[in-house]
Design a protein around this ligand. Sequence first.
Ligand code: GDP
Ligand code: MG
Length: 326
Amino acid sequence: MELVSRMLSGDRNALARLISLAEEERPEVPDILESLKDHLGRGYLIGITGVPGGGKSTLVDRLTRIMRGKGHSVGIIAVDPSSPFSGGALLGDRLRMQQHCMDSEVFIRSMATRGAHGGLPGTVRSVAKLMDASGKDYIIIETAGVGQTELDIMKIADTILVVLTPEGGDSIQSLKAGLLEIADIFVVNKADRPGSEQMVQNLLSLVHSPTRYPWWQTPVLPVQAANDVGVEELWCQIEKHRAAKEEMGFLVSSRTDHRVQEFRERVQDELFSRICRHLDRSGRFAKYLKKVQAHETGPSKAAADLLNDNAFWDEWYREEREGRGG
Ligand SMILES: Nc1nc2c(ncn2[C@@H]2O[C@H](COP(=O)(O)OP(=O)(O)O)[C@@H](O)[C@H]2O)c(=O)[nH]1
Ligand SMILES: [Mg+2]
């Protein structure tokens, strides 16, 4: 494909076009990604999650500056909730990122959350792969810490930063259970605000017992992203985590887990949407539906009957085969 070879030779417009195809979930995307298989896995994926307004985007901007200073190229994926109110936030992010927008070694893409279960859209994986294949050394994925997205990042990223602030509302008690487990590094941002020292201490007592991996002790770093304080130390810890993970052979195994998980999810999602489509057309489904409507059979009994009805599955099988011209 011409777009692919243009992207591989460094054409930013080609990368942007391919990303759009991935976002639109066009049917040719699996083949495009397959053709890029040999170019995947070189980029390192950093996930940043945490409370909205906690300073994630500011941090991404500062980290990007450090990475660029070291000569690394950077891809940034900002996942924002698709609420109409997020327009302002996106614009804010863009303005802050303007300096990097001029930089040909930085590629920024904002995406809306669209995941059916409030999680990260499946397309984030494809977009990250395209950035990786295009040669970005680091790919940063910023996810708004709402719903399921912050846990989904675990299935994609190599190093995960969880950003908290000492401000009211996100005290340790309200730390969502999952966040503690997924953090490779805790950032207590807005350390210029009161209560940050206490928060660091509280988090430290949580992460010290018991450690998730024998080879990694989750650090808790006070940072002032807006004032560029503590960001160098954060970068050092990211590099340290990466080195430890690689050395332990854990990078390879966690990426294998990610691939397996993605495969499973893609099959599940596709099966789910196909069966939903089938229900709308199925004569068997309609038959049991009528019984439920007429109060003749209860919903749970009708569901059990439908799923035990071989004719229902035969019908689906036929439809699937015909759908593929088989
Ligand atoms: N006081 C203080 N404010 C900060 C700091 N870092 C970021 N902010 C501010 O927090 C607000 C939200 O930042 P943003 O990066 O958009 O947060 P996000 O929603 O997590 O991406 C902005 O007004 C930032 O300027 C910090 O270290 N201290
Ligand atoms: Mg943000």
